[in-house]
Write a protein that binds this ligand. Structure first.
Ligand code: NAD
Length: 295
């Protein structure tokens, strides 16, 4: 089928590649022209604006940094809703505040457009493999209707509740990932300062209860001092900001999230904002004046 796709960054590009590979025709737009040109070289068709994508497609996917970008692409001037026909489907796969998803849904309803929020977890490697975990919010019938398209990009596609529930689930995911990286950093600093080789610590504990997908993905990066994103610290700051705001609005105190948020703020000030979130370790390295690296 013909699918519109807006937002061709680290995640959007491999997701578009998988849609093309599955035989879909993909109409793309991004404010960064080289991203569009690259996708056109690989078989996508360029549109001149989000509105133009909406005019040509009855199903449009967005993969943008945060709520303000989604609002601008969907309901802004020259936005998707100005072009999409009644009955069309919008799937926002960006990680944004659940309240903003609901705000977009309200605008969609006014245009008779059906909408799901469907943020993802798994990062660039799983976007490339088409094995993302996709957390969906919205109507069950609509979920069933688009399941096969989502399944091209993800190996786990779960309906979590109404619109906004996908992003609430994603915020829970992001809290666990950030706190897990901080816990790994803290524990590996302890063992490094105590003179135990971090490679041996990793080998010894990764298969036990402390082991995790986060540990397996991030410890090798930390040991190499390789902080190429991956998932940028500025995006994790955005997610924790959305989590803290949502926590306040629903009455859920998030003390550990706030602590790790302050670590992220600090490393952002130190110039690591565009690095991978495994660079949370640099906060501990500064505190302890010691690097955690392969010997
Ligand atoms: P990115 O910054 O690499 O890509 C975002 C893209 O959106 C960019 O190409 C940018 O030019 C484009 N864009 C911004 N404003 C636009 C506009 N008004 N019109 C058209 N295009 C616009 O970000 P990413 O890493 O691909 O992440 C996208 C979303 O997925 C974020 O919400 C992020 O939190 C989430 N996410 C990322 C990862 C990851 O590992 N990178 C993992 C899971 C979820």
């Amino acid at each position: 089928m013909r699918i519109g796709f807006v937002g061709l960054g680290i995640m959007g590009k491999p997701m578009v590649r998988n849609l093309l590979k599955a035989g879909h025709e993909v109409i793309v737009y991004d404010v960064v022209t080289p991203n569009v040109e690259l996708m056109v070289k690989e078989g996508a068709i360029a549109a001149s604006s989000s509105k133009a994508v909406g005019e040509q497609c009855s199903l449009v996917i967005t993969m943008l940094p945060n709520g303000p970008h989604v609002l601008s692409v969907c309901i802004g001037e020259n936005g998707l809703l100005a072009g999409m026909k009644p009955g069309s489907i919008l799937i926002d796969m960006s990680s944004i505040a659940p309240l903003v998803s609901q705000q977009v849904e309200k605008a969609c309803v006014e245009h008779s457009i059906r909408m799901l929020d469907a943020p993802v977890s798994g990062g660039e490697p799983k976007a490339i493999d088409g094995t993302l975990s996709i957390m969906v919010g919205g109507d069950e019938e609509l979920f069933k209707e688009v399941y096969d398209v989502l399944n091209v990009m993800g190996s786990s596609v779960v309906l979590c509740g109404k619109v906004g529930a996908g992003n609430t689930t994603k915020l829970a995911n992001q809290i666990i990932v950030a706190l897990n990286i901080a816990a790994v950093s803290e524990a590996f600093m302890l063992s490094t300062k105590a003179g135990v080789d971090p490679e041996k610590v990793f080998a010894a504990i990764r298969g036990g209860l402390a082991g995790s997908t986060v540990m397996n993905a991030k410890v090798p990066m930390i040991l190499e001092g390789n902080f190429k994103p991956g998932f940028k610290n500025v995006l994790h700051i955005k997610d924790l900001d959305n989590a803290i705001e949502t926590g306040h609005s629903v009455g859920a105190p998030l003390p550990l999230t706030v602590a790790v948020m302050e670590m992220l703020q600090n490393i952002n000030l130190d110039g690591h904002g565009q690095d991978d979130h495994s660079a949370i370790v640099t906060y501990y390295e500064k505190l302890a004046n010691t690097m955690i690296r392969k010997s």
